[in-house]
Write a protein that binds this ligand. Sequence first.
Ligand SMILES: Nc1ncnc2c1ncn2[C@@H]1O[C@H](COP(=O)(O)OP(=O)(O)OP(=O)(O)O)[C@@H](O)[C@H]1O
Length: 288
Amino acid sequence: MEPILEVNQLKKQFKDFTLNDISFSLEKGYIMGFIGPNGAGKSTTIKLILNLLKKDGGEIKVFGLDNIKNEIEVKNRIGFVFDENHYYEELTIAEMKRVIAPLYKNWDDNDFARYTGEFNLPTKKKIKDLSKGMKMKFSLAVALSHHADLLLMDEPTSGLDPVARNEFLEILSFLIQDENKGIFFSTHITSDLDKIADFVTFINDGNIVLSTAKDDLLDNYGLVKGGTELLNQNLRSKFIGIKENQFGFVGLIKDKQQIKQFLNHHVVVEKPTLEDIMLFYTRGAQNV
Ligand SMILES: Nc1ncnc2c1ncn2[C@@H]1O[C@H](COP(=O)(O)OP(=O)(O)OP(=O)(O)O)[C@@H](O)[C@H]1O
């Protein structure tokens, strides 16, 4: 399948932070969640894809096109949704639409009317009077009305209550039924990914820790529980992270079959959640 987004050896250096030659790719028809703790480099990566920041190295291709050499075409086909509001607060939805529409080659007024209807958006209300959930849906309606092939979203669910978040995620799952589109969104809420992501890319401190199919991740990794007397140096070295207390240990391992081979009857191996995986990786060898 053709990648809709390819990031290769991307580098950005700030005074106190380096985005360290990161690489990942997303194919058409899938949703990729971009997850990592605060300050990991998620927004920086998204800004680089949109050419809002100047990269220091590497390559970004969107729809097979270089994101800088083909910036206009690429941006016409990307719909972006940010957690902050980038609209004029004093305008109504309908007025703001009239400002935005001419900026896009493929703008479709009928689609905009359809999406604002489906999302129950009050088109006569000023942007400043919309709830956060409504603002997100408005951003999404704009992205969809110019027939974006790639939706790029920076923490779209962060300020939403559970009901609005669920509704937003359901809209995304519905949209991805169009197999020519791709969705890439950052979040630090792992339950968003549990619900809808096909792929997970995990960034920590400017480095990609993993980028893989969510189901492979959950099937292969294991949360191992056992007595601390088992924890010799050899066993410790196999874990991504270990948490110990007076009752025993819990450790995250990348390949659960490996541990089953030689400790099968002495430990319990459970399926980790994405949150477990993120926590163990973030805290590394320290107690989690
Ligand atoms: N323009 C800038 N100049 C200097 N440092 C910056 C700039 N933008 C971001 N940074 C730094 O880069 C690091 C990564 O920031 P970034 O916003 O990409 O993280 P994030 O993963 O999106 O975090 P969050 O989940 O908190 O939004 C942080 O240490 C931040 O302070």
